[in-house]
Design a protein around this ligand. Sequence first.
Ligand SMILES: NC(=O)c1ccc[n+]([C@@H]2O[C@H](COP(=O)([O-])OP(=O)(O)OC[C@H]3O[C@@H](n4cnc5c(N)ncnc54)[C@H](O)[C@@H]3O)[C@@H](O)[C@H]2O)c1
Length: 265
Amino acid sequence: MKFKDKVTVITGGATGIGLAYARRFAKEGSAIVIGDVRDEAGADAVKALRESGGRAAYFHADVTKRQEVAALFQGAMKAFGRVDCCIANAGIVHDSGFLDLEEEDFDRVMDVNVKGVFLTGQEAARAMIATGKAVPDWRGGVIINIASTNAVVVQHGQVAYPVSKGAVNLLTKVMAISLADDGIRVVAIGPGPTRTEMLDNVIKSHPEFMKNVSLRTPLRRPAEVDEIAGVAAFLASEDAGYITGQTIYVEGGRLCLNYMMPERP
Ligand SMILES: NC(=O)c1ccc[n+]([C@@H]2O[C@H](COP(=O)([O-])OP(=O)(O)OC[C@H]3O[C@@H](n4cnc5c(N)ncnc54)[C@H](O)[C@@H]3O)[C@@H](O)[C@H]2O)c1
């Protein structure tokens, strides 16, 4: 119970890896506040967390809209009285070649993946500073931004997504330095391909995908969502108390690998 009595806000927490963070942090004792645009999935997530004995709330919050992000953190403070951790996880992808990418699709990806992380970080930090004033034994806050291996290596057919994730890495450094004196650590996680429903569908329609993952990943497989959530739980804990400004890549060795792994013997 690493996070007993603590409160964690997760954007994009209704599905995918976001939901895995919610389950893991709830298991460690944290109350969970999910902000998402998929209201039905959000309500289902909260129901499941409560049925497993957790404290949880859902708010509709489009991370590109200042008022909705502010309302998410006000909702968390009202429901549970504090904010200790925030995972800025909401993110979108848009497939397109460089010459074909429409301006509005570039803007849409940057809006969610960069501006959304900025607005979330600002409102999270304000709620954490308010928590510090209201809760005498507050031990500091942690903001975890979700980047990607695409922040440092680029995938053919992706333009705005890697640019946005590179920006998340730099925003993490900016926030870490800006918020250090407020007792807030800011870190990022850069997952490699991770086994969500979406990836399972890609695997079904493109069976060669797993072979490519195996040749480009020393550990020969995508991550499981719980492996990403476990790293988030470590980064949010006091065991990671001297880590700030860093992006931790959870990618099965992919970023170390030049060329490809041999075919499996
Ligand atoms: N799955 C992977 O392989 C992988 C790899 C690297 C990084 N990531 C990153 O992890 C994060 C989660 O990815 P996922 O695979 O779980 O994706 P997902 O599509 O399953 O989940 C993303 C969630 O974000 C929500 N969302 C989208 N736009 C939003 C908005 N404007 N405001 C609020 N919520 C919004 C969606 O409704 C959804 O619930 C993303 O930032 C993604 O870029 C994923």
